[in-house]
Design a binder for this molecule. Structure first.
Ligand code: PLP
Length: 436
């Protein structure tokens, strides 16, 4: 294979998501991945790296799982796709809807399928607004989201994303989205009062903010949010696109907080990224209300809602998570990871804070005056770690200087130690260069 040719073609023809086009044009792809096994990825030049981010927080059962390839092949050969509009259905979609509503806390009893997280969130906003229309409260259309949140890049999801850069990308956004500081329930209450409670359709929140830098809510935060929702009759939507399906050491992140939302969005981990699938679970009450109050058609649906092959892979993926006790493993390895990161913090001066839940973890960096580094050091740590064979993520949005980790849920104790060893070396190299 002519790798150089592929690099040239990549520069010329492939627009990469969330990338500096200029940098990509100048440097070309750093890695053209070719194979994956477990927590490891290998590129076309033979470089092996630990996938410390589960790629995009999603490859939960690890790379190269034949079982998922077999499930896809079997379903595709039988029936890859058929419409699920109106009265059409298929077996994998039905069984997956049953399975995930069994896993989710009652009364989340029905599912609307999408192809990913952005579509799931857009669906939730539309269902919430439609629900209030049917209830005779058309003025309830505002959605409250939180600063540092990330909900995706479709127009609705971008409009709900608290990370400002994403919203400034186009400036012109969907109307009726409002923001409040994450974890500040006093500010949430003031915003609702200022806007008028009767104008608020829903609040959306990630159980653990992911792309925003792994921010774990205080213990009572979501109970307070839920109380506020109940008091003002506002729907609570949780975005479990990252936290769903075991990532935090429980099936769903909200279980840590003992709060059940009215709608729950999911994607990523439902298929471990092997095929595109997402969706929204809704409560039995909303389901019933939609049935009772709606006289017409639910005019919302994607071609791929209930995609047979994607749902077959989802079913097999959940079977693997259950069979291999991966939710429990995420909890145990997550504790190990967090403890080891605390140890790195005690050893390295530039590390100012460590946080995490299950297999989502983050470290923040500051200079010798406890001030932010200018420029941030996390991109340099990311590069050093990659040189040593670890993919992590650097977060510099919203004035943060943070390294994030989210390895596959199949990770072993020894593999977790390997990540820690590499990260510590990478931080040490950068500290020696930037801290004097
Ligand atoms: N919501 C959260 C919390 C996410 O982290 C993401 C993606 O990273 C999304 C939504 C968007 O999902 P997708 O990229 O599948 O559209």
């Amino acid at each position: 294979v002519d790798i150089q040719r592929l690099e040239e073609l990549d520069k010329k023809h492939f627009l990469h998501p969330t990338t500096s086009i200029k940098e990509q044009q100048e440097a070309g792809p750093a890695f053209i991945f070719q194979t994956g096994k477990g927590i490891y990825l290998e590129d076309m030049k033979g470089t092996t790296l630990i996938d410390g981010m589960s790629s995009l927080w999603n490859v939960n059962v690890g790379h190269g799982r034949e079982e998922l390839a077999d499930a896809a092949k079997e379903q595709m050969a039988k029936l890859a796709f058929t419409s699920c509009f109106s009265t059409f259905s298929n077996e994998p979609a039905i069984l997956l809807a049953k399975k995930i509503t069994d896993l989710a806390p009652a009364p989340l009893t029905a599912v609307f399928f999408t192809s990913g997280g952005s579509e799931a969130n857009d669906t939730a906003y539309k269902l919430a607004r439609h629900y209030w229309l049917l209830k005779g409260q058309p003025e309830r259309k505002k959605i409250i989201s939180r600063t540092k949140s990330y909900h995706g890049v479709s127009m609705g999801a971008t409009s709900a994303t608290g990370l400002q850069g994403f919203r400034e990308f186009t400036k012109s956004l969907a109307p009726d989205f409002h923001f409040v500081d994450h974890f500040d329930t006093g500010a949430l209450r003031r915003l609702i009062e200022a806007e008028g409670p009767e104008t608020i359709a829903a609040i959306i929140a990630e159980p653990v903010q992911g792309a925003g830098g792994v921010h774990v809510a205080p213990k009572d935060y979501f109970k307070e949010v839920k109380d506020i929702c109940t008091q003002y009759g506002i729907l609570l939507i949780t975005d479990e696109v990252i936290t769903g399906f075991g990532r935090t050491g429980k099936w769903f992140g909200m279980e840590h907080y003992g709060v059940i939302p009215d709608m729950m969005c999911f994607a990523k981990g439902i298929t471990s990224g092997y095929v595109q699938l997402g969706g929204v679970m809704i409560s039995e009450q909303i389901h019933n209300d939609l049935k009772e109050l709606s006289s017409g058609t639910l005019l919302h649906g994607y071609t791929y809602s209930g995609h047979a092959m994607a749902c077959a892979v989802g079913l097999k993926n959940i079977e693997l998570i259950e069979k291999e006790n991966l939710v429990e493993n995420a909890r145990a390895r997550g504790e190990q990871l967090l403890k080891s990161l605390e140890w790195i913090k005690s050893e390295r001066k530039i590390v100012s804070a460590v946080r995490g839940l299950g297999l989502m973890a983050a470290l923040d960096f500051v200079d010798q005056n406890q001030q932010p580094f200018q420029p941030p050091v996390s991109p340099f740590i990311f590069k050093e770690a990659a040189k040593l064979g670890l993919i992590c993520r650097a977060v510099t949005l919203n004035a943060q200087d943070t390294i994030v980790l989210a390895p596959p849920l199949i990770i072993s104790k020894e593999e977790t130690e390997k990540i820690i060893h590499i990260l510590k070396e990478a931080i040490k190299t950068v500290e020696l260069n930037y801290y004097n």
